[in-house]
Design a protein around this ligand. Sequence first.
Ligand code: ZN
Ligand code: ZN
Length: 233
Amino acid sequence: MAWGEGLGELLYPSYCGLCLAPGPPVCGPCCEDLPPLPDPCPTCAMPLPVAGVCPDCIRQPPVLDELHAGWAYAWPLDQLILAYKHGANVRAERILAALAERVAIMAHAGHGQEPPARPDVILPVPLHPSRLRARGFNQSEYLARRVARVLGAALDGHSLRRIRATGSQQALGRQARRRNVQGAFAWTGPRLAGCRVLVVDDVATTGATLSALAGVLRQAGAARVEGLVLARA
Ligand SMILES: [Zn+2]
Ligand SMILES: [Zn+2]
């Protein structure tokens, strides 16, 4: 652990950020109370009435191999994500970092006997430089750093670039979202030949951004591209 992080623990003693109980940044009972994502589709994390692959992914198999999502995008997670993203709220940051680590550990635990192989490289979903200047930080990069640390994998925070500023995806439908992020990303690093890549973001809605990124990373040679998000909207 870097001395700066140890200092952080001294400055912010250990308590649950949600209920203030002494202990980890999010205590067990509070974690249990987070909005569940029942039977998520393994490739797009859409919650389903029964376990399996969703109709959309059957119709058009996604470029992303697997999407790990911790919870549904609902209270209190939605408020925490907004408070962090738009207000740089330190309490929200501490909670979300702990939750990102938790999703990473769950994803790495896998479903079968053998844990899945560790990703070779962890990548944050990049912001366009203009957005980064306005916000001052990339929330995904912070989460990705925590995921990389807990999985003991390398973080690359600069090779994946957003080369075109895209408008907000919020008001757009599924098809429009896909068009909106078309050609928005580029890989500027060395070839990813045979690499297992894990892309980290805070929220996935239709998965259009992660799909576009997965396409770019496959072109760059990645053998497997997975996504990890805190919440699925
Ligand atoms: Zn708690
Ligand atoms: Zn699906």
